[in-house]
Design a protein around this ligand. Structure first.
Ligand code: JD8
Length: 390
């Protein structure tokens, strides 16, 4: 692969030579050329920028130096990568795609950016990819180019010592990394999880997967869904079934994901069950009638009920954050009312005092807010007589 960089700060890219093992360059696997754009600015001050047409703050980079560089570097047929905050997000999938290219030519802007005609002209001669490193503003394109270069080059066949390790990486399987540990097994009163010392590779793999799912659902629920969204049909395909013990881990993760979402939406609210353990979730399967919904093999929704005297107590109505607004919550709510045992003469439910979404659903279903009944911290109680509209 050949890499060319057009920048007014060539020294900024020097670290690339450090991170990309020389042997890859010696072995011809990789060819890197950093060019000072001012080499193609011929006035006394080698000017590469000018004031923006239409006015406004800052300066825009002039097209001519880029045009001359394109001609001299013969960019035709290459892939031109323009790093810009308005580009497509850089992802592992994009890194894999770019690693299949023969040649990448990076246009690294400064000031307010590059004259748009440079990109329009390049697009007549090469594939042009405008790529953003992330939703924050940098002062120029160099840092992004270095990150993209490392993400791409390390995927080149024969580049990484053991290609095996590439498979297990974050974002490779759509999940974040599971936590890693090494010797000593005890450090400053912190222990390595016992399962990792067990030698039971099946249990270790299960534990690592659960950790990866939990981390992903807590930190990056968007990733979880992308990988499993494909098979998620509309309401009609959701089959609500009684939960089984094997659902516990995912049910526990779904609850955590929903509570974290609630916390993010209402900072400072109290969610006492947030720290429930997996065992608590397993115990609830004994004490409640718990129902779950799976889509594309993923547990995406749940609700539970318990008879307290002649009151059917409904709780833990959960739909995966990415699926909210598709009617899954309403389907689960209708279901848990429909399966209430004969002895239930009324319904009672708890919900977060600031859970606007749930409160709207319940009131629409005829439940009444009961400020006269004492609710757990941060929650409110709603009730409804069975068979009544109100
Ligand atoms: C290229 C000029 C600075 C940006 C006015 C600040 C990428 N994820 C990213 N954030 N920022 C960049 C980026 C910023 C750049 C240039 C990339 C060229 N600037 C400009 C617009 C607002 N100044 C980036 N990739």
């Amino acid at each position: 692969m050949r890499l060319d960089y057009l920048t007014i700060f060539p020294d900024y890219l020097a670290p690339l030579r450090l991170s990309l093992p020389g042997k890859a360059i010696e072995s011809g696997l990789l060819e890197m050329h950093v060019h000072d754009l001012r080499a193609w600015a011929h006035d006394k001050h080698r000017t590469v920028d000018d004031t923006p047409y239409g006015g406004g703050a800052g300066m825009v980079m002039k097209p001519e130096p880029f045009g001359e560089a394109f001609d001299e570097l013969a960019i035709d047929g290459a892939t031109v990568v323009v790093t810009t905050p308005s580009g497509e997000p850089m992802t592992q999938a994009l890194a894999r795609e770019l690693s299949s290219r023969e040649r990448l030519v990076f246009l690294l802007g400064r000031y307010e950016g590059i004259d748009q005609r440079v990109l329009d002209h390049a697009a007549t001669r090469a594939e042009v990819r405008e790529i953003s490193l992330g939703d924050y503003v940098l002062n120029g394109g160099e840092v992004a180019a270095m990150a993209i270069t490392e993400a791409v080059v390390r995927l080149l066949p024969g580049f990484m010592g053991n290609a095996e390790s590439l498979v297990e990486e974050s974002h490779e399987d759509g999940l974040l990394e599971y936590p890693g540990y090494t010797k000593p097994s005890s450090w400053r009163d912190l222990e390595v999880p016992k399962v990792l010392l067990s030698g039971d590779h099946k249990r270790i793999a299960q534990w690592r997967h659960e950790q990866a799912v939990e981390r992903t659902s807590l930190r990056r629920p968007d990733l979880l869904h992308a990988s499993q969204a494909a098979g998620l049909g509309e309401g009609s395909e959701w089959e609500i079934v009684p939960a089984v013990r094997a659902d516990a881990a995912e049910l526990h993760t779904l609850q955590l994901a929903c509570w974290v979402q609630e916390l993010n939406a209402n900072p400072g609210i109290e969610i006492p069950p947030l720290h429930e353990s997996l065992d608590d979730t397993l115990r609830a399967l004994e004490t409640h009638d718990v129902y779950v919904v799976r889509a594309a093999g993923r547990l995406v929704g749940s609700v539970r009920g318990r008879l307290d005297g002649d009151v059917w107590e409904i709780g833990r109505l959960m739909s995966a954050p990415d699926l909210q607004g598709r009617g899954l919550g309403r389907r689960l709510f209708e279901h848990i009312q429909a399966v209430a045992p004969a002895g239930a003469r009324s319904f009672r439910l708890f919900t977060g005092a600031r859970s606007e979404r749930n409160l709207k659903l319940y009131k629409k279903a005829g439940f009444r807010l009961r400020r006269d009944l004492e609710a757990p911290t941060g929650a409110v109680i709603l009730t409804k007589n069975r068979g009544s509209r109100r």
